[in-house]
Design a binder for this molecule. Structure first.
Ligand code: SF4
Length: 438
């Protein structure tokens, strides 16, 4: 990072953010220092600005709304709210293991344990008790992708007494004719989207501006087009992006979807991949293994994928979150914009693949393996993620039967380094790659 830019961001981050934002401030400074010696990308700048927006909004009296990692913030931006994706905090602490003391406090006060409730969100409760969890003005969450998330958000809602809107995401398909199709799904989601907007209008005492909504939806469409192209480019051999490329799209859409920042970041990712394809440049030099990772990362081990790249010349094409699959939609009218918001919710990363019968996930995984010419599938798995835990074995059998590709499922807690250590994980993956794949 250019020194002048570094000093600018350092200065912007100074001052008192407030006790409940103290951990966020630390994360901001950590990110800035981590990127100090790297070339600055639009994603780095976007994330730094995203963090800065929270204390700024607090000072200016703007409304901060917290939402989970499985909902795009476009409607919040269209209504001039300041979104804070909760897991930026509770999962963002994991690479530095700063979530672990709060997991211990959460245990101590008796709110669940890891096999029952996922550690992706549990630090929120322990850190709230310590007074350092961010307190938004409003809270929003959905019934998917898991009961675990919905439960922890409800506990937080009750503890912090925050006005909350909860959305129910239905099971069935809205667009694919067949046994899982139900023509009521889309209307059900559109109605809930309108209910959410009415609730926000009431809380903000301000009506939704239709022009602003359409402008926002136009921007989200543009970003979705870039992501579609990026996802297509990743089918090339060698893959033109490294193992974190796709995750860049996810973090962009879940934090800044519907803004110019998101258009800029997704375009940059698309352009970089396209340029690499044109010049025959691999995201992982001398690519030797193409891995499908149809689950989340092991968040406590930020170097795991780099280790895979360096040790085995292996590229993880995309994780399940990075595989953003929402299509651009017709947003030419207000009704169409509501429809697009509803479809965006139903198809969001991890929602589209996990909100219904196991067939949705199996289809996703089989297409992923075939379309991206995958050599093997690797899935970390934890018992707390009950729906994924149940799907993993069945879908791995489907992959083996239909494609003959080996699948490796290993147990660990992606948010707690103390359950299965980095060394143990690397050992297991090494055994699989050397003894089965290579
Ligand atoms: S890892 Fe599974 S259980 Fe945890 S938040 Fe994600 S979907 Fe829910």
């Amino acid at each position: 990072m250019d020194n002048e830019l570094y000093l600018k961001y350092k200065k912007l981050g100074r001052g008192n953010w407030g006790k409940d934002l103290s951990m966020l401030k630390m994360m901001y400074m950590g990110l800035l220092n981590l990127r100090k010696d790297e070339e600055t990308t639009p994603i780095t700048e976007m994330l730094l600005n995203y963090f800065l927006e929270i204390p700024k909004a607090r000072k200016e009296g703007r409304t901060i709304i917290m939402h989970p990692f499985n909902y795009g913030p476009e409607i919040f931006y269209a209504m001039n709210l300041v979104p804070l994706m909760q897991e930026t905090y509770s999962v963002g602490l994991a690479p530095l293991h700063l979530n672990e003391p709060y997991l211990d406090i959460t245990n101590k006060i008796g709110y669940g344990d890891n096999p029952t409730v996922c550690n992706a969100q549990r630090p929120l409760i322990g850190s709230y008790i310590q007074g350092v969890a961010p307190i938004p003005d409003l809270l929003f969450f959905l019934s998917t992708p898991c009961n675990s998330l919905a439960m922890t958000y409800q506990v937080f809602e009750q503890l912090a007494k925050i006005p909350t809107f909860n959305m129910d995401v239905p099971y069935w398909s809205y667009d694919k004719p067949g046994e899982f199709y139900d023509d009521k799904v889309l209307d059900y989601m559109i109605n809930q989207t309108k209910d959410l907007i009415s609730w926000l209008e009431q809380k903000k005492k301000q009506k939704l501006n239709f022009e602003k909504l359409q402008e926002t939806m136009g921007k989200i469409n543009q970003a979705r087009e870039y992501i579609l192209e990026f996802n297509e480019l990743l089918k090339n051999i060698p893959c033109p992006a490294n193992s974190l490329g796709g995750f860049g799209n996810f973090i962009t859409m879940v934090t800044r979807g519907g803004t110019d920042d998101a258009v800029k970041s997704t375009k940059w990712l698309r352009d970089t991949a396209a340029e690499n394809v044109k010049n025959g440049i691999a995201g992982v030099p001398d690519e030797n293994i193409r891995i499908a990772w149809p689950y989340t990362h092991v968040f406590f081990d930020g170097d795991l994928l780099t280790w895979l790249e360096e040790t085995y010349k292996a590229v993880v094409i995309m994780d399940i979150l990075g595989f953003y699959q929402v299509l651009p939609h017709d947003v030419s009218t207000i009704e169409k914009s509501f429809e697009s918001l509803a479809k965006g919710t139903l198809d969001f990363s991890m929602i589209g693949t996990c909100r219904g019968p196991i067939e949705y996930y199996i289809e996703f995984l089989l297409n992923y393996v075939k379309d991206y010419k995958i050599d093997c599938v690797i899935m970390p798995m934890q018992f707390a993620c009950k729906h994924a835990y149940a799907m993993a074995r069945v879908s791995s059998e489907a992959v083996r039967e239909e494609t003959g590709i080996p699948v490796f499922i290993f147990g660990c807690d992606p948010y707690d380094s103390r359950e299965v250590t980095s060394e143990a994980i690397r050992g297991k993956i090494s055994d699989f790659l050397t003894q089965v794949v290579l």
